[in-house]
Write a protein that binds this ligand. Structure first.
Ligand code: ATP
Ligand code: MG
Length: 276
């Protein structure tokens, strides 16, 4: 009840911000790890969609994929935050990411009154990709996007939920980092902004303090000096890519209550904003 009042107040004070966003698109990326029971991202996305804002949700699923790999006796392996993907891992990625994780997100959005529809990058040729290198195996970099499917969904009032799998030249499925896919979706959609919801407060310095605002070159420096590591590397690089076409790229803590609504509709910025 109290929470209901909080949202109502937030919305009633944000008339101007909402008007400016109606009919525009916003991309939200959620990580597998943040999707816990206290998460309000799903609720926020439904709220934004009902206001007439076109929200595309792109999801990861790192922890669920690792769990299933371990169930079949395979050890998850990463190079600079990217999952090394052999043929067997790719099968699990497809089953878990385009299957379980995608459908559970769709179900959660619909349960809260949203109209969500789940697709992978294979559907409608949404994401075309090519293999990055031999060492990573079936990991793709995006070569082209076909937004027809997403445009149709938006026109019908649906919230598209995208599993980051791409199709290669020979029709093979390629595993794509979800942050990378989200950035490409944002650029292709000419989205207003992109939000990466993750399980930390934002990008932190070597002494663990939050860095609220970073330029691209400062962020490059943090990667070079090893302050930014692992899954934060593709996320930072995805922000760089998103800034080719999008005004704001934000990495925020998805665990906070209504982090997304606050970020988008108030001037209470949390997390890290990366600027050109
Ligand atoms: N400088 C840094 N500041 C904050 N987090 C960092 C930094 N360097 C590395 N990290 C790590 O990056 C992680 C976030 O990326 P990660 O890929 O694990 O999650 P995600 O992208 O939200 O989820 P998924 O990969 O499932 O989509 C943090 O949990 C943290 O361990
Ligand atoms: Mg990640």
């Amino acid at each position: 009840m109290e929470e209901h009042a909080t949202i109502a107040k937030l919305l009633s004070n944000a008339g101007q911000q909402i008007d400016a966003l109606v009919g525009k698109s916003v991309v939200v990326k959620v990580g597998g790890s943040t999707l816990g029971s206290h998460d309000t991202a799903i609720e926020d996305i439904v709220t934004l969609s009902k206001l007439g804002i076109k929200v595309a949700l792109v999801h990861g699923g790192g922890s669920a994929i690792s769990t299933w790999l371990q169930t079949v006796g395979k050890k998850p392996q990463f190079i600079d935050g990217l999952r090394v993907t052999d043929a067997e891992t790719m099968e699990i990625v497809l089953m878990v990411l385009a299957g379980k994780v995608n459908k559970e997100l769709v179900a959660s959005l619909n349960k809260l009154g949203g109209r969500a529809v789940g697709v992978s990058g294979l559907d409608g040729g949404l994401i075309k990709a090519r293999q990055i290198n031999e060492d990573l195996g079936l990991v793709g970099e995006i070569t082209a996007m076909d937004l027809s499917l997403l445009d149709s969904f938006f026109a019908l009032g649906y919230i598209p939920v995208v599993a980051p799998v791409g199709v290669g030249d020979r029709g093979e499925s390629l595993n794509i980092n979800a942050d990378t896919a989200a950035a490409e979706v944002a650029v292709a959609l000419k989205a207003e902004s992109i939000f990466f919801l993750t399980d930390v407060v934002g990008i932190c310095d070597h002494d663990k303090t939050l860095l609220p605002r970073l330029t691209m070159s400062q962020t490059q420096g943090l990667i070079a000096t090893g302050v930014i590591t692992a899954g934060m590397i593709p996320k930072a690089q995805a922000c760089f890519r998103a800034l080719d076409g999008v005004n704001g790229a934000h990495i925020i803590d998805g665990r906070g209550a209504h982090a997304l609504l606050r970020e988008l509709l108030t001037d209470q910025y949390a997390g890290t904003t990366i600027v050109r």
